[in-house]
Ligand binder design. Sequence first.
Ligand SMILES: [Zn+2]
Length: 394
Amino acid sequence: MAEAGPLSVSLHPVLGHERARAALASAHARGVLPAALLFHGPRGIGKQRVALWLAQLLVCERPEHGPCDACASCRMALSLEHPDVHWYFPLPRPKNAAGDRLADALEEARLDELVEIREAPLRSSHSEEVRGLYVGTVKNIRAKAYKRPVMARGPVFLVGDADLLVPQESSPEAANALLKLLEEPPGGARFILTTSESGRLPATIPSRMVPLHLAPLPVADVAAFLERHASIDPKSAAWAAGLSQGSIGRALGFLADGAPTGPLEVLRSRALEIIVAATAQRASEAHVLALGFPSSQGRGLVEIFGFAEEWLRDLAAVAAGARSAVMNQDKLAELDRIVVQGGLTSFQIASAFGRVERARELTLANVNPQLVIGGLVRDLRRALARTPHAEALT
Ligand SMILES: [Zn+2]
């Protein structure tokens, strides 16, 4: 291979997952790395980054316990420009494109997004956009899989958030198309799929792949990474890491331009408003709060319920005296106040979870958000009331 030109390295370093990477490197060195791997684990912990690391290892000209980071192939892989490393990820459905045009439009959109990723590779795993992997996506993968590789032994395909191959249980077409490719992979083609919801994939796909679980990262490592690679100030980095559940992508969702005002923080605050309204003295707060929600469905609403469940879990921890188990440590004083003023018990709080689940189901059934929130707050008041009849007194 000729000496590489001055390619700019755009990917940030891989954080953590040392044991998984050591196992992968060892399998590769012994020539026993499976041709189809499925990385699964929570959202935003770096599964696709590890997949890119493995792709780099597969094309590296001088691997030794990992990619050398110095050869031309490594440098091309690190700048997302290797001709045999093909990274696919969910995209919004292209407008005004159907049939054969759809596959072309998807490829154009993918290449456009790769340009953006090269410029800013670190991003939040939270997205308001509806994105998917389509039959056209798999068609493009298939076309590349049957072409001769340019410089590596075979093409390497990464498919991020592979569960989005199945937008609904009733439409498994894209997943089935990929399954055919996995059943008879052409030549030296390799596939690395990642998912945070492996249960959504049809069982036939995991059964064709070797699974590898990737775990959340240590919170202190997330904080250090945010400071170093996302230029976040130490205070904000520690705060976002504390809420991250070991996920860099989630931590970034709490931040906006380094400030603690990111989209996930907005959703977390709204969820807390619901809990506060449900435990407030006056029942009318439920009505006022509900009116603050838009009357049409927003994607954030289901995520608000996820945060509401986290707040309830924290309240239960406080009520049980397990303050160190509280996730939202920055709001410990407020949680204390809610538990003491409401005289809440762990038992009452446990009974409230079902109400949130009910609200989630109604939202997925497209019920007006104002009705859902109003109903949820009233339901929570009943669950969290001091006595079964306390509601009547407010
Ligand atoms: Zn190399």
